[in-house]
Design a protein around this ligand. Structure first.
Ligand code: ATP
Ligand code: MG
Ligand code: MG
Ligand code: MG
Length: 469
């Protein structure tokens, strides 16, 4: 089954066989939810239905929700199972069915529709959840000793609906494990792959951290489409499934490298594949690169992808092609028409940002390289926060990017020093305004920046910075 077919199979199973209303994915931008920067789970846009704040269109809903988790960014390419962008398949009950249905239906889908081998499946449960244990044990063909009690089987993101959960894992075989004698379900290595989380939502976490009972019990489940695809398509990582691999092939082609020959290069290829999808979908949802909030997340992802391109030896612009590959993956898939329709716009935004960063990346890398040598020569372990700030301010290096490069060199980032330099600059700008100094900022609104040469764009950006000083 292709990734697109798997998504359909899941949604059809819950819509047609189990009476759920199929809704399209919600935007990545949370609506009326200041606690979240980006949607990172299928249940996030449905919070008002769980809390009872809004009446759901039906008490059973199923979606394939597009998600971004920046918390997983450093894992991308290093584990087999994490991307920043992924789709979370989910079935939800708002005061309708509970564990007695959610568990058997998950078992039925995995073992009968997708036909995963029963003896390879494992589940974890919250330690005192005897009810869930009983239900699991009564599933046809369930391997009776494949249940593990785990203290951290409690799911929550920020304030809102939450509760104990039960996760489904597949054992991919000893040869995929870390080799440790303690390796078991829950181990962070690649042997036991978590594919689905069933959350028995019965509490409402308050802003002050306390828990209230919800008026009714709910079900919230999340199953990673790319992970399921990796199992069904018998691939070693999510990146080799048809949902990501075409972008790897494209990037490898541009770089003139072969996937699978060099571990470090593979990481860069995987980062580019993941980040290309992330940036395309974020821009599709109306996010633009900027220096704060969601725009900053996008900028960081974009610039990180460009840097990994450089690490592979790619000198020219390459992200538009990566986005083309991403668009082709989703062509014809429901929920992704907008990606296809907005492809030209998305590429324009990306191309502009690529020009902007390319103009300063080499200079910035040179400066950073020289500074790293100095730090090492002096026998110090961290780079001065001032330098990180200069890289950010003049060369557009997100501090996280500098930190990664430092880590690759066994050095630390002086975050305090960076924050201090940032604060100082803010204070200077504020004082300048307070003293009524004329701060001349060129009016770029009437200029089509995309028509400027790369140098002119860089200068336009710099002029603003210098004049504000
Ligand atoms: P892990 O422990 O592997 O990081 P998780 O417990 O953080 O996963 P959940 O929050 O339970 O994940 O999300 C539900 C499901 O979404 C997971 O079981 C998995 O299939 C999928 N998923 C979560 N994070 C990612 C990611 N970064 N990339 C791809 N799929 C993911
Ligand atoms: Mg996680
Ligand atoms: Mg987990
Ligand atoms: Mg989980």
């Amino acid at each position: 089954m292709s990734g697109n077919e798997l998504r359909e199979a899941y949604l059809q199973f819950f819509a047609e066989k189990k009476g759920h209303l199929r809704l399209p994915s919600f935007s990545l931008i949370p609506q009326d939810d200041p606690t979240l920067l980006l949607i990172g789970a299928g249940m996030a846009p449905l919070k008002p239905f769980f809390t009872g704040k809004m009446k759901p269109p039906r008490t059973r809903v199923t979606t394939s929700q597009r998600c971004v988790r920046t918390g997983d960014i450093e894992n991308v390419g290093r584990t087999a199972r994490h991307q920043t962008f992924f789709e979370m398949l989910g079935n939800f009950s708002f005061g309708d069915y509970f564990k007695g249905e959610a568990i058997p239906w998950a078992w039925e889908f995995l073992t009968e529709v997708v036909e995963l081998p029963k003896d390879k499946l494992w589940v974890t449960v919250y330690p005192d959840d005897d009810e869930a244990i009983e239900i699991w044990k009564s599933q046809p063909g369930f391997p009776q000793d494949h249940i593990v009690k785990m203290e951290d089987n409690f799911w929550e993101i920020g304030p809102g609906p939450c509760g104990p959960d039960s996760e489904i894992y597949i054992d991919l075989g000893e040869e995929r494990g870390c080799g440790s004698p303690d390796c078991a379900v829950g181990c962070d290595c690649d042997r036991y792959l978590e594919i689905w989380n069933l959350v028995f939502t019965q509490y409402d976490k308050q802003e002050d951290g306390s828990y209230k009972n919800l008026a009714h019990k709910n079900i919230d489940t999340g199953c990673g489409l790319e992970r399921l695809a990796s199992v069904v398509q018998e691939k070693k990582t999510n990146f080799e499934t048809d949902l990501l691999y075409p972008i790897i092939e494209y990037a490898a082609g541009v770089a003139g490298v072969t996937y699978g020959e060099d571990a470090e290069k593979d990481i860069s290829l995987k980062v580019i594949a993941d980040h290309a999808r992330s940036m395309a979908i974020m821009i599709m949802d109306g996010i633009l690169p900027s220096n704060e909030g969601r725009g900053y997340v996008l900028r960081r992802i974009l610039r990180r992808a460009i840097r990994h391109g450089r690490m592979l030896g790619i000198k020219d612009k390459f992200l538009e092609g990566a986005v083309n590959a991403a668009v082709e993956i989703y062509r014809g898939a429901k929920d992704f028409e907008e990606l296809v329709n907005k492809a030209d716009y998305i590429k324009k935004v990306i191309s502009l940002e690529e020009d902007r960063f390319a103009a300063t990346l080499n200079q910035g890398m040179e400066l950073l390289g020289a500074e790293i040598e100095k730090v090492k020569a002096a026998g110090k372990t961290a780079l001065d926060g001032e330098v990180t700030f200069r890289l950010y301010d003049t060369f557009g290096f997100p501090w996280e990017l500098t930190e990664e490069i430092l880590h690759e060199n066994g050095l630390e980032l002086d975050k305090e020093g960076f924050d201090k330099a940032m604060d100082e600059q803010r204070t200077r700008a504020r004082n300048a305004r307070a003293e009524n100094t004329r701060v001349a900022v060129p009016d770029l609104s009437s200029i089509d920046v995309s028509k400027l040469t790369v140098d002119e764009q860089a200068t336009a950006g710099k002029v603003v910075a210098i004049w504000q000083d």
